[in-house]
Design a protein around this ligand. Structure first.
Ligand code: NA7
Length: 545
């Protein structure tokens, strides 16, 4: 692997560098965008806050971090050579291998020479007269480009709740997405994990066996379902490599870019025995089939949902020895699948270990962090390490944490104070030439990421090519198109089971954040069709100048 710091282009805080396009973020989307920009013959620089490529797979190096997507549906699909060269070792690959993969891609396509690492973009301002964007890094360095493309991901702005006394803790503490690169010695230590989302579920399962004592601080139990991971044997590997065209054809057709898709039947079309048998079958399969391959009305009909929710609750009860602990782990306050379903590999059994304690924060909330640990309303839990698995300021957070100013100096954060307003989740009116890959309201938000990322990047690339061919230098979403798209996105969410649940899909996990749908719930296929239609109509809804 190349040493990123050696190849990082030099900067000069005094001079302003100029490019055709600036990309923020060297994760899955930023890297692919760079490849495509080069093909267009544009000069581009990628600014990456981390010390290496990978985005999610660079930052989230906590023990247990891995795909919930089948590995062979996650890798880039644009290069047949890459597909044939790369051997995924597990059906659901872990972070170390995923990071190696992204580095392999960066090396193979010689991407590092256009990436500046450890470059934290703090502001971006549109200059109207010159029609360019100027970005500023935290060290004061500046750069300009006609186009600004954000590739910042939807789960990169970490959220640590403002617990009182948080600074006073004498031990080690960190957020899961800022897990140190150096090995963290947890053996024998008293460790506390706050949060029980998808991240915590992976982490807890991995570290419970190693730590001296583990205290899990749970506010809301989740419906966790078995991942059923395993190694990929050579025969399967050969089969996968021979079937990539079919795999990607399938992921283009499903509602969320996975190989799984909803069963067109209703739970009520079958007998109770057939239903139970089908639930068991889904449960026995790897991956997200239990969620995204279930009967179609599981996600739209309360009674249908409840049938599967109770099935999952019973699965949890079967696995936890102490019935009191089991009931604490059983979710009742939200419906199945209305929050991201964590996939697990032995999570519930960890609570049968003598060194693992579940603290139910609904019974005894956290009052403060103390120098010695976590004080809840009924005890002080003394800890050597506190791990915040408390999630992210999702989707909008990575954008609004950068001071982005459009026409008239208007701030994007202010514009989105009551919820995001976008056209296709790719632009926001008043911010010309700013293109947001996987932005709020974009079909990629509820998708097997790389599948929709490729769609986003290819659409943006085609748009830039079109602009060049027609002599356009400025693209801006019209107010009307934004109004219509934002209305459509909100309508799709209104009245759904998802909208009844306080989740990060609606920004409900962040105190003070306006509750509004951040995702596009119409499905990846419909989103792709809409984007294609807009392009075919000469970028209808965008003003090109
Ligand atoms: P999530 O899914 O947002 O989970 C965060 C967890 O942290 C969740 O259990 C929260 O409880 C808990 N939390 C958040 N704030 C608090 C406070 N103030 N007190 C106690 N507990 C708190 O983040 P993840 O990192 O697990 O997963 C994010 C995505 O990454 C996931 O959806 C996948 O797509 C990959 P709550 O449920 O809010 O009661």
């Amino acid at each position: 692997m190349a040493n990123s710091s050696q190849r990082t282009p030099a900067t000069n805080a005094g001079a302003v560098e100029h490019f055709d396009a600036i990309v923020i973020g060297a994760g899955i989307s930023g890297l692919y965008q760079l490849i495509r920009l080069r093909e267009l013959g544009l000069t581009a620089r990628v600014y990456e806050a981390g010390g290496g490529v990978g985005g999610t797979w660079y930052w989230n190096r906590y023990p247990g971090a891995r795909f919930d997507s089948e590995s062979y549906t996650y890798g880039y699909s644009f290069s047949e050579e890459l597909l044939q060269e790369w051997d995924w070792k597990e059906h659901f690959s872990g972070q170390p291998e995923n990071e190696r993969y992204v580095n392999y891609v960066a090396d193979k396509f010689d991407l590092r020479r256009d990436i500046q690492f450890n470059a934290n973009v703090v502001s971006a301002a549109y200059e109207e007269t010159g029609n360019y964007w100027e970005i500023r890094l935290d060290d004061g360095a500046r750069a300009r480009a006609r186009f600004l493309i954000t590739a910042v991901g939807i789960l990169s702005a970490q959220n640590i709740p403002p617990f009182e006394g948080i600074e006073s803790f004498k031990g080690e503490s960190f957020h899961t997405s800022r897990w140190p690169k150096e090995p963290v010695g947890l053996a024998g230590k008293r460790v506390g994990v706050i949060g029980t989302g998808a991240t915590a579920v992976q982490l807890i399962t991995e570290i419970a066996k190693e730590v001296g004592h583990l205290t899990v601080f749970q506010r809301t139990p989740n419906y966790c379902a078995p991942l059923r991971n395993g190694p990929i044997d050579p025969e399967t590997q050969a089969r996968i490599k021979a079937s990539y065209p079919e795999i990607f054809k399938r992921t283009r057709e499903t509602s969320a870019g996975f190989i799984h898709d909803f069963d067109p039947r209703s739970v009520f079309d079958v007998t109770p025995e057939e239903r139970q048998a089908r639930f068991e079958e889904l449960w026995a399969q790897p991956g997200f089939g239990k969620w995204l391959g279930n009967f179609r009305d599981i996600m739209s009909n309360k009674e249908a949902n409840e049938l599967f929710a109770e099935f999952v609750r019973n699965k949890i009860r079967e696995r936890v020895n102490d019935p009191v602990v089991a009931e604490k782990l059983v979710p009742r306050d939200h419906r199945f699948g209305t929050k991201r379903v964590p996939l697990e590999s032995g999570y519930y059994e960890q609570f049968n270990r003598p060194n693992v304690l579940l603290v139910d924060l609904r019974e005894s909330p956290i009052e403060r962090i103390t120098p010695l640990g976590v004080k809840t309303s009924d005890a002080e839990h003394q800890l050597d390490v506190i791990i915040y698995a408390t999630g992210f300021d999702a989707v909008t957070g990575p954008l609004t944490r950068i001071d982005i100013r459009g026409e008239g100096g208007r701030s994007l954060k202010d514009k989105w104070a009551d919820g995001p307003r976008t056209y296709l989740g790719i632009q926001s009116a008043g911010f010309p030439n700013l293109l947001t890959l996987v932005g709020p309201h974009n079909g990629a938000t509820f998708c097997n990421m790389p599948r929709c990322i490729e769609q986003n990047v290819e659409w943006v690339t085609d748009c830039l090519r079109y602009m060049r061919e027609k002599g356009f230098e400025r693209i801006a979403a019209s107010e009307q198109a934004e109004e219509a798209w934002t209305g459509h996105v909100n309508e799709l969410a209104a009245g759904t089971l998802l909208s009844e649940t306080a989740s990060w899909f609606f920004g409900a996990n962040i105190e003070g954040k306006k509750r509004a749908i951040l995702m596009y719930l119409g499905g990846a296929k419909a989103f792709r069709a809409k984007c294609d239609e807009v392009a075919a109509r000469d970028y209808e809804g965008f003003v090109l100048e």
